[in-house]
Write a protein that binds this ligand. Structure first.
Ligand SMILES: [Fe+2]
Length: 680
């Protein structure tokens, strides 16, 4: 009845104003809830792969206040049901609060600064352009998808039966069997004495860890984006006696348990929203504090490479034990970094190869009540190696600097040199209007149509900005500008002295514009389409600190991504990088020489069926040569679905060994990994 009255009341308002009021209420409520929880010591940290700002999520408020951040060790889960068992009186209170905040939201929007209004108009205009462009892409895509679908239907073939050479240049369309690769993992294994073909280097002893999305549906609900898939940890160990083990395990997260126990998508994920039929319960869910336990993309180690962490889009830093992959919970940060708002969009971290200090960058959304506006800041911080190495112990972050910005864009990776953190700000800012509209519609209808285009807006009329930040003092030393480009990954960055000029070089995998968002449900249904448009191009930025000028160079036909360098040269001048290229629709592991531009491929790969994914570089101990070591990569045999870990000599790119996982065990498309030398 109240909803009806609200609807009738709003029906007399202009459409834009109605949306503004409702959507402002939605976002403000969530942001204020987050801010309140931060103030109460609840860690509301997100991390990101850069796919976009996603969610205003969480478990119930009561649950959030009861548990400091995670309910991992609580077998009796009450928070899920909390979403649907809110006392009626509380609902009225929340609704009244929502209306109040709606009015406040309307006031905020209508009185916001001219600059924000200008940016909003620009975002709307860009959005319209983007939608037109998207329609054109959809039209083009339809024809491509129908080709792929026809191949499957008419010839009764898997797409993998088609030779990669038959695929259009520069796409993943034919060569990758996304349909099967993106099915959920169904089992946890703990297996010893894996079958090994070839021989492993005697120094190669330790653990290779990967994280990855591995559960994509609950009941009839299916996530809308790959990054929402519930995390799986994968560990390959080469023991001191040279034998190999494999173990995979679901991190024990509140999010995952909530979904499983409810038999549906029960709590917010980065892109997906829970299926909640009742308006009041959706309203209650909007009050829920962020929880963000997933950790499906990045693996790293803090505190001097001792404590293992998995991270993800919209996820906190989750700590786990390497020995049994058991989950310890969110890293218990004991500092003031999140006061005023949650941290989102953590960049993939760097670990100083000499000191072991762990660096990353995030975005914090603050509310400037005096000026009635959001006040986004980039927050650059580290975890020093002297912090406690005891698993589960509290630790502090070292704030390096805060950089206020009017248009925060996702930062997937940062660069690190001997002196600087290199932070690249692409012209792809958060789109407040789109976010508020999507949240408001979900609140009113239960339908959520949020996607990448709703969260970020490509604004190529803006420059790409490169910030240099002193790692020790936090001094925001210099800012460089260059033409707009998009990127996920910095390959490496380093300093040089050239004559009288102090120079910083940054190698980056650049795209002319953001790639198409990954269509998870479409891909899982077999409608395979191009994903990254053929990969990015390696570009070298030269930042002349004497003149303030930035120049960008590259070389032709260097389609490439998922780069890795020898961690020994992280922040120092490098010559080689390793990654994957798109070779007529199939992925190939490559090594490339940044001086001569020579490219080596894994020649032993059977390109008709063997699909490698992002490599990990393992340096050979006590060998100073930059390319001394091995490349390790999980490889999917597409027709059988089996997986093995290939080991390549990183100097020659010749195959050294294959470590076979158990037959029939499915490893979905996974995220980044890390090697932990001598650790088990
Ligand atoms: Fe990445």
């Amino acid at each position: 009845m109240v909803a009806k009255a609200l609807t009738q009341r709003s029906a007399g308002m202009p459409k834009k104003c109605r949306w503004t009021t409702v959507c402002s209420a939605a976002v403000l409520l969530s942001v204020i809830a987050k801010a309140a929880l931060c103030g109460r010591g609840i860690d509301t940290t997100f991390t990101s792969s850069g796919a976009g700002f996603r969610t205003l999520p969480g478990p119930s408020l009561a649950e959030g206040l009861r548990s400091r951040a995670t309910a991992l060790s609580t077998p009796e889960l009450t928070a899920v049901t909390g979403e649907t068992q809110l006392p009626a009186a509380n609902r009225w209170t929340m609704l009244a609060a929502a209306v109040s905040f709606g009015i406040l939201g309307s006031a905020v929007v209508s009185t916001t600064s001219p600059r924000m209004a200008r940016l909003c108009r620009r975002a709307n205009s860009d959005r319209a352009d983007g939608l037109a462009g998207k329609q054109q892409k959809e039209n083009n895509r339809e024809s491509r998808v129908s080709v792929a679908a026809t191949l499957v239907d008419d010839q009764v073939h898997l797409v993998t039966d088609v030779s990669p050479l038959d695929g259009p240049d520069g796409t993943y369309q034919v060569g990758i069997d996304f349909k099967n690769w993106l099915q959920s993992c169904v089992e946890e294994l703990d297996v010893s004495n894996l079958r090994v073909e070839g021989s492993l280097p005697p120094w190669l002893r330790g653990s290779l860890m990967h994280a990855g999305p591995a559960k994509f549906e609950f009941g009839d609900d299916e996530f809308v984006d790959w990054v929402d898939g519930q995390a799986m940890l994968y560990r390959v160990q080469i023991l001191p006696d040279g034998s190999c083990t494999y173990r995979n395990k679901w991190p024990d997260t509140w999010n995952h348990r909530s979904h499983r126990q409810a038999g549906r998508i029960a709590v917010r994920e980065t892109c997906s929203r829970p299926s909640i039929p009742n308006f009041f319960d959706r309203l209650a869910a909007m009050f829920s504090p962020p929880n963000n336990e997933n950790g499906n993309l990045h693996i790293s180690q803090v505190c001097g490479n001792t404590r293992c962490v998995s991270m993800s889009v919209g996820s906190s830093c989750l700590e786990f034990n390497l020995s049994d992959l058991s989950t310890l919970g969110k890293l218990p940060f004991k500092d003031e970094l999140t006061e005023g708002g949650p941290l989102i969009f953590h960049a993939e971290p760097h670990v100083d190869p000499t000191t072991g200090e762990w660096y990353t960058c995030a975005i914090q959304l603050k509310i400037d009540l005096d000026n009635k506006r959001m006040k986004p800041e980039y927050v650059v911080f580290s975890v020093e190696p002297t912090e406690s190495q005891q698993p589960g112990a509290e630790l502090k972050r070292r704030l390096i600097t805060r950089i206020e910005t009017e248009y925060p864009s996702p930062v997937h990776t940062i660069g690190m040199t001997s002196q600087f953190i290199v932070m690249i700000q692409i012209p792809y800012p958060l789109n407040w209007d789109g976010m508020m509209r999507a949240e408001g519609k979900w609140l009113l209808t239960g339908d959520y149509e949020g996607n990448l285009n709703d969260y970020n807006t490509w604004q190529p009329e803006r420059p790409t900005i490169i910030h240099l930040i002193d790692r020790v003092t936090g001094e925001h030393t210099e800012i460089f500008e260059t033409d707009a480009f998009f990127f996920f990954h910095v390959i490496n960055s380093f300093e040089a002295t050239e004559g009288s000029s102090e120079v910083v070089y940054v190698d980056v995998v650049a795209y002319e514009e953001p790639p198409v968002g990954f269509p998870l449900q479409q891909a899982r249904s077999g409608d395979v389409e191009d994903w990254r448009g053929g990969g990015g191009e390696v570009k070298r930025l030269r930042l002349d600190r004497s003149t303030g000028k930035c120049t960008m160079t590259g070389w032709p036909d260097n389609c490439f991504d998922e780069p890795k360098v020898n961690p020994k040269v992280d922040g120092l001048e490098h010559r080689y990088s390793y990654g994957v290229i798109d070779d007529h629709g199939m992925l190939r592991l490559t090594k490339q020489d940044h001086e001569t531009h020579q490219v080596w491929k894994w020649e032993g790969q059977d390109v008709s069926c063997e699909l490698p994914w992002q490599p990990v570089f393992v340096p050979e101990p006590y060998n100073a040569k930059e390319d001394a070591g091995v490349i390790m990569s999980f490889v999917r045999n597409q027709p059988t679905g089996d997986t093995f870990c290939v080991v390549l000599d990183s100097e020659t790119m010749n195959e050294t060994a294959r470590i076979h996982f158990p037959k029939g065990h499915h490893v979905p498309l996974h995220g980044h990994g890390a090697w932990m030398q001598g650790q088990f």
